[in-house]
Ligand binder design. Structure first.
Ligand SMILES: NC(=O)C1=CN([C@@H]2O[C@H](COP(=O)(O)OP(=O)(O)OC[C@H]3O[C@@H](n4cnc5c(N)ncnc54)[C@H](O)[C@@H]3O)[C@@H](O)[C@H]2O)C=CC1
Ligand SMILES: O=C(O)[C@H]1O[C@H](OP(=O)(O)OP(=O)(O)OC[C@H]2O[C@@H](n3ccc(=O)[nH]c3=O)[C@H](O)[C@@H]2O)[C@H](O)[C@@H](O)[C@@H]1O
Length: 436
């Protein structure tokens, strides 16, 4: 089977390379020329562990090619995965479906043979049905076209592993033929034991946003507990460990700190609320508004803690460790770390940002901040250090050596994962979110 992957960003590039690894002939379609040029050469235009080597391998083997031509894609593929972005709309909280609609329309116009389009982008419930209508309307008369919805659950930083061995596969289909095609595509993970849930379009679409809403809720729950801990002198890490021992609760995703960011959780819960409102069931998701508010309050809390330590921020040198929204990624979309850095800079602080992988995208988006190549350079002369993205190299830093570089041994551990005792032993004042 020949497969195309339309939209080769964080999701699509991974999906394309993994499908080639599974043995398919794959054509990636990308309209951004910079990304296309890089991908075609086997250069990954972003950072994702393990994907760089997989991409080179598959491009060199000839199993994976890239194009910007939808006509070429339509002629090439038996199945087409739709992986374009669905960002938050500029004028509101809903999802911007321009890219999804545009991709389906231009693909449909060029189709000339039986085709299955498989949606992967995260969309508001009801979108798949609407896209099927567009596909049927725009495809040349008599062309046999069908659509399936197969949401994606990969995590950045683990994208290859999550794609090749997913937790589960959700197949939203209208008929047995579409299910059979998807089972053929995913034959390897299915043979490896990946559970398969076969369902209808709305359930498949809802599974995706429900999963992300649950994850966001879990994080904001523990961050709400952190606020209580701050008010009482309790320790949120011990609390999370203790409740996490209950298998019904579980310890994962209970790491309190500066909260969730990225290109998915924040925009997905907002788009979900927006869709619930359109469907007349706004009240059902009212709690997600609070989840969002708790999350954003954590960023403000870090700024407040910085002010409490430094007083007037004008001219104060602050080292920010971390720019990506999470470690092992260079993705800065809605990054809590950068949000805090930008807020401190706006209050007059001299902010120096370090990140092992994300200073390129960060400096392009926020050129007003200073960036350094090394942690040492960032720390030198700092009156305050903020630990905001938990890269493992930050956890490995020596509190004593870092202490020799800074002007003041004060650090805010915005991710609650530094060895706080070691910092105290080295004479640091350490402030955390939700820990005494
Ligand atoms: N990033 C992630 O870890 C995951 C993302 N998703 C969902 O997948 C979708 C894509 O997300 P990302 O890959 O992060 O976004 P992204 O912005 O990194 O990638 C989207 C790509 O689609 C391209 N594109 C837009 N219109 C196109 C067209 N007509 N033809 C060809 N290419 C086109 C863009 O140039 C861009 O490179 C979103 O709906 C997101 O919510 C779902 C699970 C995981
Ligand atoms: O829809 C998506 O795009 C993806 O969104 C998330 O994946 P991702 O955004 O890559 O990152 P996560 O690991 O979920 O982390 C999200 C944010 O929550 C934060 N987080 C995570 C866990 C935690 O305990 N505490 C916490 O603050 C992270 O630092 C990060 O900013 C989901 O985990 C994926 O299953 C989903 O496919």
């Amino acid at each position: 089977m020949k497969i195309t992957v339309i939209g080769c960003g964080y999701l699509g590039a991974t999906h394309a390379a993994c499908l080639a690894e599974l043995g398919f002939d794959v054509l990636g379609v990308e309209i951004d020329e910079r990304k296309l040029d890089a991908l075609a050469k086997g250069d990954l235009p972003f950072y994702e562990p393990g994907l760089d080597t997989l991409l080179v391998k598959q491009v060199e083997s000839g199993k994976l090619r890239f194009t910007s031509s939808m006509k070429e894609a339509a002629e090439f593929g038996d199945a087409h995965f739709l992986c374009v972005g669905t960002p938050q709309r500029k004028d509101g909280n809903g999802a911007d479906l321009t890219y999804v609609d545009g991709a389906i329309e231009s693909l449909a116009e060029h189709l000339t043979r039986p085709t299955l389009v498989i949606g992967k982008s995260t969309v508001p419930v009801g979108t798949a049905e609407r896209l099927l209508g567009i596909l049927q309307d725009k495809a040349p008369a008599g062309t046999d076209v069908d659509l399936a919805w197969n949401p994606e659950f990969l995590r950045e930083g683990f994208a290859v592993e999550d794609t090749l061995t997913p937790d589960r596969l959700v197949l939203g289909v209208r008929n047995a033929e579409a299910e059979a095609t998807l089972r053929e595509i995913y034959a390897t993970p299915i043979a490896g034991g990946t559970p398969v849930i076969v369902t209808d379009f709305p359930t498949a679409e809802l599974v995706k946003v429900a999963a992300n809403s649950f994850l966001a809720t879990k994080i904001s729950f523990i961050n709400a507990m952190a606020e209580l801990c701050e008010a009482t002198g309790a320790d949120v890490v011990t609390l999370a460990d203790a409740i996490g021992h209950d298998a019904r609760i579980g310890r994962r995703f209970l790491n309190a700190g500066v909260g969730f960011g990225g290109g998915c959780l924040p925009k997905d819960i907002r788009a979900f609320m927006d869709r619930a409102d359109e469907l007349g069931v706004k009240d059902a998701l009212r709690f997600l508004r609070e989840i969002d508010r708790i999350n954003l309050r954590r960023r403000k809390r870090v700024v407040k803690l910085a002010k409490a330590e430094l007083g007037d921020l004008e001219g104060k040198r602050i080292a920010v460790l971390g720019a990506a929204f999470k470690p092992d990624s260079d993705d800065i979309r809605d990054s809590p770390a950068l949000d805090v850095a930008v807020a401190l800079h706006a209050k007059g602080a001299d902010v120096v940002v370090h990140d092992p992988k994300a200073t390129g995208p960060a400096s392009a988006k926020h050129p007003q901040l200073s960036y350094t190549e090394s942690v040492e350079e960032a720390a030198r002369g700092a009156q305050l250090v903020l630990h905001l993205t938990e890269w493992k190299e930050y956890r490995a830093l020596s509190a004593a050596e870092l202490g020799d570089l800074v002007a003041e041994r004060t650090i805010i551990d915005g991710r609650n994962c530094l060895d706080q005792a070691a910092y105290r032993d080295a004479g640091w004042t350490i402030r955390s979110l939700g820990r005494p």
